[in-house]
Write a protein that binds this ligand. Structure first.
Ligand SMILES: Cc1ncc(COP(=O)(O)O)c(C=O)c1O
Length: 434
């Protein structure tokens, strides 16, 4: 093992003082940074980035208030590195129900700084330089830099949209293409259901195919399920960890931000067998060591409130689902009226809209070499005051063209925000008609 002491640092010339570490080169451009700033600068109606613009549920706010007022000094001090005891106990209880197996809160759960850090700990804790990690495109954009920092090599398998796809059921995972990506170098596959950006909910058949390949090639499955509560139209969220032979090779990733509409809390978790989770725990202990105690305590109380209500009319998750299904349908109607062809999502809170029916000449407007969806979104934000996200950001270089005729909208927005968006879209439609 090589140990680096401060004295062995290479001598720097003045030229390379500001040089990034090689592992970071190429990752400085980030779709969120550009398009969040653009939305802000142009005061656009933000139908792009995935955060709710409404208050969180009352019981979550009340829990945080109680923690703030608590006279127990311990809620303001360091807590257990792998996760605050009250929170891992609540998560253990919840996922014991969901996974239909007894989850040990101490060894089978890790609490992290959002789902982001769960993913990062999975890659850093389990992937060695040269290991391959299969990603299904489009994929949540942080997977690639995180895998690369670990020295892993992403291998891409695109979902293929049928001609004139109207639902995310029309985005298909090709069996042969998927199997061709597996080899003895494959360490892991990342799946995301319900999916960002398209909103696909993977079927039992698709999960079984992935599970069979994981077992055949002895591969870990990292299952990003941050939108687990958001499925519509009678769809069911299925957990790959519950398929035969999959618990022992799956890390399930969740997010408090998506679960309780509190993205700013940045708390997430990984759940899996202790043999895998311990590697993530080791990694996390080198990054943050432990997360903020007050928010973990409040999140635990929020789960304790919600768990007995799950699947009842009183459940926050039930209400959120029906509210979002209504907003999804409102957004689809609006987009259709202007000439977009929305792809109706089965889950999550994003919607892809096909722009090919809309005639705007971006080349005159935007001389960059960026894909058409980047140009479309810049134009839409600056000229029409509506912010969205370009989905080609969620594809490898080779497959960017697959996302470039779409733009991604987010519908977890107040009705008033959707109405402002509708007003702007209608003004635009009137101009198009002239
Ligand atoms: C698919 C997916 N995974 C992970 C994350 C990160 O979640 P968190 O905010 O909990 O870090 C997001 C956030 O948008 C996401 O869409």
């Amino acid at each position: 093992m090589t140990i680096f002491y401060p004295g062995t640092r290479r001598k720097m010339s003045s030229k390379d003082l500001y040089k990034p570490a090689n592992r970071n080169i190429g990752f400085d451009k980030n779709v969120w940074v550009e398009f969040t700033a653009l939305a802000r600068d142009y005061k656009a109606v933000n139908l792009g980035q995935g955060f709710p613009d409404m208050p969180p549920p009352h019981f979550v706010k009340e829990a945080l208030g109680r923690v703030a007022a608590s006279s127990d000094f311990a809620v303001n001090q360091y807590t257990r590195s792998q996760g605050h005891p009250r929170l891992v106990n609540a998560l253990g209880k919840l996922y014991t129900q969901l996974m239909k197996r007894a989850i040990d809160p101490l060894s089978e759960i890790l609490v992290t700084g959002g789902a982001y850090e769960s993913l990062y700990c999975s890659f850093l804790g389990l992937v060695d330089p040269g290991d391959e990690v299969i990603l299904i495109e489009p994929y949540f954009d942080c997977y690639v830099p995180q895998i690369s920092v670990a020295g892993g090599i992403p291998k891409f398998v695109p979902l293929r949209a049928k001609e004139n796809a109207t639902s995310t059921k029309d985005w298909i995972l090709d069996k042969d293409e998927l199997e061709a990506a597996f080899s003895e170098k494959t360490r892991a596959i990342v799946i995301n259901t319900p999916h960002n950006p398209i909103g696909k909910v993977f079927s039992m058949e698709e999960l079984q195919l992935i599970a069979d390949l994981c077992k055949k090639y002895n591969v870990i499955c990292i299952s990003d399920e941050v939108y687990e509560w958001l499925v519509y139209g009678g769809e069911q969220h299925l957990r790959i960890a519950t398929l035969p032979g999959m618990w022992e090779r799956t890390i399930t990733v969740g997010s408090a931000g998506k679960t309780f509409s509190i993205t700013g809390w940045k708390l997430g978790w990984s759940i899996g067998p202790k043999e895998l989770i311990k590697n993530l725990q080791t990694t996390q202990a080198q990054i943050t060591y432990n997360l903020a105690t007050p928010t973990q305590e409040a999140l635990a109380q929020a789960f304790e409130h919600e768990i007995p209500l799950i699947d009842t009319e009183k459940s926050y998750f039930t209400g959120l689902r029906s509210m979002l299904e209504r907003k999804r349908d409102v957004m689809a109607k609006l987009l259709t009226e202007v000439g977009f062809k929305p792809v109706i999502p089965q889950g999550g809170y994003f919607m892809m809209a096909d722009t090919s029916g809309i005639d705007v000449n971006f080349d005159e407007y935007d001389k960059s070499d960026d894909p058409p969806d980047y140009k479309f979104v810049r134009w839409l934000t600056k000229e029409k005051g509506i912010a969205a996200i370009p989905p080609s950001a969620f594809y490898s270089l080779e497959h960017k063209y697959m996302g470039a005729k779409y733009i991604r909208f987010c519908f977890i927005k107040e009705d008033s925000t959707l109405e402002s968006g509708a007003k702007k879209l209608k003004e635009w439609k009137a101009e198009l008609g002239k």
